[in-house]
Ligand binder design. Structure first.
Ligand code: UDP
Length: 235
């Protein structure tokens, strides 16, 4: 399957059309951005690590019965995916207080939540992905009630799989972002699951192994992505 026209170029990925109108190629780049694109940089080999990590996790989820857009990994940086109509609602799953939740509530980063929680954000670069709730989603028609019920249930099912999966690899999955899209087969999990969109902390030391190292200038960027890749893909 060869890449044809560029359908979309984002901060960390390029999506190409293929000769099959139902299939796209998701290409993973090394570029990283944070704070609505105000901070930009390169993390060497990030694309290779994220493509491999995402491929392993999508296959794990598929095996357990979660439908995703993943078809196959084509090369180091390229993943064949099903074309989705992306639902413009980003779902954040949180197990431990961190990032914007810590700022909004004044609670310490690292405090476990009594149970996993979900948040919803509008996927809109010009608006800076504002937080929204299910009333907004319903009133603006971003997703149907039935789709949201399915998405929320699926997000919790994914969490039940991923928390122990990372735990077995001595990684704490503090929080992460999911995106879903419409497909003739139903609503499928899309995008990627990688250290770009997850907070992953080493269980023994608490060391951050994710994009927060870039956001917060903590250094050892490539090493951290490589470490997650090693624990997920080489274990
Ligand atoms: N996240 C993401 N894309 C976004 C916003 C958040 O992948 O546009 C991920 C982020 O990496 C973290 C989780 O979602 O794992 C929760 O992020 P948070 O709301 O704390 O925002 P942040 O602190 O990243 O601004």
């Amino acid at each position: 399957m060869e890449p044809r026209r560029t359908l979309y170029e984002g901060k960390a990925k390029i999506v190409y059309e293929t000769d099959d109108p139902g299939l796209l190629i998701q290409h993973f780049k090394d570029s990283a951005t944070a704070f609505d694109g105000q901070k930009q940089g390169i993390i060497a080999n990030k694309g290779v690590y994220n493509c491999a990590i995402s491929s392993v996790i999508f296959q794990l989820l598929e095996k357990i019965g979660i439908a995703t857009h993943f078809v196959e990994q084509l090369s180091e940086r390229d993943m064949l995916i099903k074309r989705l109509e992306i639902i413009p609602v980003e779902v954040i799953v949180r197990n431990i207080i961190a990032g914007s939740l810590s700022q909004r509530t004044g609670r310490e980063e690292g405090e476990p939540l009594p149970f996993p929680i979900l948040e919803h954000y509008l996927k809109s670069d010009p608006l800076g992905d504002p937080m929204i709730n299910e009333w907004h989603i319903r009133a603006f028609g971003w997703a149907s009630d039935e789709e949201m019920r399915f998405i929320n249930e699926t997000a919790f099912r994914i969490n039940e799989i991923l928390v122990p999966y990372f735990e077995e690899r001595d990684v704490i999955l503090a929080d992460y972002k999911l995106e879903f899209g419409r497909h003739p087969e139903g609503v499928l999990l899309g995008d990627e699951i990688s250290p770009d969109g997850c907070r992953l902390w080493d269980k023994a030391t608490g060391e951050k192994l994710d994009k927060d190292r870039f956001r917060r200038d903590l250094g050892r960027l490539e090493e951290s992505y490589e470490e997650v890749w090693r624990r997920v893909c080489q274990a």
